[in-house]
Design a protein around this ligand. Structure first.
Ligand SMILES: NC(=O)c1ccc[n+]([C@@H]2O[C@H](COP(=O)([O-])OP(=O)(O)OC[C@H]3O[C@@H](n4cnc5c(N)ncnc54)[C@H](O)[C@@H]3O)[C@@H](O)[C@H]2O)c1
Length: 306
């Protein structure tokens, strides 16, 4: 299978590229390196340094028969989306539409899209949230993710392109930068390894659903070969508070940091946890790495590189 992976120099999609190459799929990576790292790019992939919004991407599709687009390139900074919503919409909505137009023209079979469960549901009414939970995003980033999901459904019904939207909870693991939705894991590791005390926002009782990147990669491989279209939460269904996370990371670094709390962030979601039942039933996916094992594996990487 020939697969175009956008954002393949970044955290999640570079792991997806590696796994596809191990499966002997032919991988093309499209990334403008705005937050990604050239060092993450698998040397066996063909790399196009291009912007999904600004550049003409036609040549990639003309020169290579693309079967599947795995779309992870995005403006991922939730706070930046609040202050620069037009920039966010250009990359996350218009950039995605650029790809979808070419997908139609060059008869791409399927699009896998990295959506965000943390961002599209908004303040949860029940826990864990399944895919039927109402979607009321609280940020332009969440609005843009939900908008692309809706465009994908339009492109399916109008042009027959299949799609799978994976609504991730908070993904963590090796190669993660400090910016993304589960950036807190890398913030804590980098600060503590630098001999500093990371500051926990507010009382630290706010919870998130942390899913390990290897499990997310497996969900992507299953989504690529899934016969139908659909939207699935990719998550663990388990809540971990920021305090628990700090303590796990600090323990893995021999408790060398102090627990320090700062002021809370206005409007920050208190609880976020998603249900993975549908992904289990339809994609036959389930997470295999628990939070403790994932934190240790992530720590091994940070200890080596920082
Ligand atoms: N990390 C999480 O917890 C999480 C949760 C939900 C959804 N997601 C989504 O998963 C995807 C990957 O996130 P990540 O955490 O790996 O982030 P990342 O920043 O590591 O990866 C994003 C990649 O996209 C590239 N990129 C950005 N703008 C681009 C553009 N205009 N043209 C081409 N390339 C561009 C960046 O250089 C980077 O390599 C994103 O779509 C993100 O919204 C991530």
């Amino acid at each position: 299978m020939n697969i175009l992976i956008t954002g393949g120099a970044g955290f999640i999609a570079s792991h997806i590229a590696d796994a596809n190459i191990r499966r002997r799929n032919k991988v093309f990576i499209l990334d403008n390196l705005s937050s990604g790292d050239k060092g993450n790019i698998n040397p066996r992939a063909k790399f196009y340094k291009k912007d999904i919004y600004k550049d003409n991407l036609e040549k990639i599709f003309r020169d290579n028969k693309i079967d599947v687009i795995n779309h992870h390139a995005a403006q991922i900074d939730l706070r930046k989306s609040q202050t620069e919503p037009i920039f966010d919409a250009r990359i996350n909505i218009e950039g995605s539409l650029n790809l979808l137009k070419l997908a139609v023209k060059y008869k791409v079979r399927k699009v896998v899209f990295a959506s965000s469960g943390g961002a599209v549901y908004g303040e949860q009414e029940y826990f864990p949230a399944d895919e039927k939970h109402k979607t009321e995003p609280l940020s332009p980033y969440g609005i843009s993710k939900l908008t692309v999901e809706k465009y994908l459904e339009f492109f399916r019904s109008y042009y027959g392109i299949k799609y799978v939207c994976l609504r991730y909870s908070n993904v963590f693991g090796p190669r993660q930068s400090m910016k993304g939705e589960a950036g807190v894991v890398s913030v804590f590791y980098k600060k503590i390894l630098a001999g500093k005390n990371p500051v926990i926002n507010g009382d630290g009782n706010q919870t998130r659903d942390y899913v390990f990147v290897d499990d997310v990669v497996k969900a992507n491989l299953l989504a690529q070969s899934y016969r139908g279209s659909g939207i699935f939460n990719i998550c663990t269904g388990r809540e971990t508070s920021v305090n628990q996370l700090f303590r796990l990371i600090n323990k893995n670094l021999n408790n060398r940091a102090e627990e320090v709390h700062g002021s809370g962030i206005y409007g920050e979601q208190v609880r976020s946890v998603l249900s993975n039942k549908l992904a289990g039933k339809k994609l036959l996916w389930k997470p295999e790495t628990g939070i403790k094992a994932g934190i240790i594996k992530t720590g091994d990487w940070f200890k080596k590189y920082f």
